[in-house]
Write a protein that binds this ligand. Structure first.
Ligand SMILES: [Zn+2]
Ligand SMILES: [Zn+2]
Length: 340
């Protein structure tokens, strides 16, 4: 089969590889669509040990079962979506449906082969139903959209009338939309790229600003009658955005760190204490988060298509490299390896 293979540091290309075989408890899925995730681009760029070549990446996908499926009932022909994170299935976190917290979790395209390929092996535990009204492109984005639902669940108990989202990449745009849809939040979004700000505005952001050129504190106060954000969602995760999230959050406010750009960073820790901030991290999505994200797509409350570009397999390596270099025009690219 063909696969977009990350063969060595800084090397990715379309090659022929052996078709995988489903083991017991797994199904073999013919991939219909697989999103290219920002975390994969960042891993490629920084030669991150989180994704070590040789590897087939790709963890945002949907497809058709072609083999297996005795345990889950998802038999040949079933349209399915997979969670990116697969738990061990036996620990207490997995038993509570929180596979993303499992200490023995595996992630597609990280420590098992992913779906930048014609076929992928999928543990039945990770499978969800692909709603028939959604296109392959939309269904493939249930995972990143589910991450945004997961973020919303983390802030739901706090005030979230005024939400500031740092970064209008795919995760930021999904967080924006989910906060608007589920929380009725008024959302301000920041991004240095004008194309991404345009998308955020079109998707209903109160304001989309360039943080390099705008006094963000002032911009928020202007639209929120002198108030700051109740919640800041950092969908970037650099030293600058982590510090910015602490500095700009209102007293007693909440902050979600989902972006994973930089690990060791210098921050003003006093801000957390003196402003009594609640800083939470979120990672991944549960099956329920993904199902809720799919419901929001089906109802039209979140848009997972008009700002997403698709690319066929032949052009996928080029698209990947353009995304790595920042020269691709689209905010999000989904690979369609097959004919459907
Ligand atoms: Zn991802
Ligand atoms: Zn587990």
């Amino acid at each position: 089969m063909k696969a977009l293979h990350y063969s060595d540091w800084k090397k990715i290309g379309l090659v022929d590889v052996t078709e995988p075989q489903a083991a017991s408890g797994e199904v073999l899925v013919r991939v219909a669509a697989c999103g290219i995730c920002g975390s994969e681009l960042e891993s490629f760029r920084s030669e991150s040990p989180r994704r070590t070549p040789p590897l087939i990446m790709g963890h945002e996908f949907c497809g058709h079962v072609v083999e297996g499926g005795s345990e889950s009932g998802f038999t040949s022909g079933a349209k399915v979506i997979a969670n990116a994170v697969v738990g061990c299935g036996t620990c207490s976190d997995c038993e509570s449906g929180n596979d993303y917290l499992c200490t023995r979790r595996r992630v597609f395209g990280m420590n098992m082969d992913g779906a930048f390929a014609e076929y992928v092996r999928v543990p039945e535990r990770a499978i969800l139903h692909w709603p028939s009204s959604l296109s392959a492109t939309e269904a493939s984005l249930a995972e990143p959209a589910g991450n945004a639902v997961h973020v919303f669940r983390a802030i739901n108990e706090f005030d979230h009338k005024r939400v500031l989202v740092l970064g209008a990449g795919p995760i930021g745009l999904f967080c924006q939309q989910v906060c608007q849809a589920l929380g009725g939040s008024d959302v301000v979004v920041t991004d240095p790229q004008s194309g991404r700000r345009d998308v955020a505005s079109r998707l209903g952001a109160r304001l989309a600003v360039n943080p390099m050129e705008t006094d963000l504190v002032r911009a928020c106060q202007d639209v929120w009658s002198g108030n700051g954000p109740d919640v800041v969602i950092d969908a970037v995760g650099t030293a600058a955005t982590k510090q910015q999230s602490l500095a700009i959050a209102s007293v007693g406010g909440a902050i979600v760190w989902i972006g994973l750009h930089s690990d060791q960073v210098a921050i003003s820790s006093y801000l957390i204490t003196l402003k009594e901030l609640r800083v939470v991290g979120t990672y991944g999505a549960s099956a329920d988060d993904m199902k809720q994200a799919l419901d929001l797509m089906v109802s039209g409350d979140i848009d997972a298509s008009t700002w997403v570009a698709t690319v066929d397999f032949e052009n996928s390596a080029n698209a990947f490299m353009e995304l790595v270099d920042g020269t691709h025009a689209a905010t999000k690219v989904v690979i369609n390896p097959g004919s459907d």
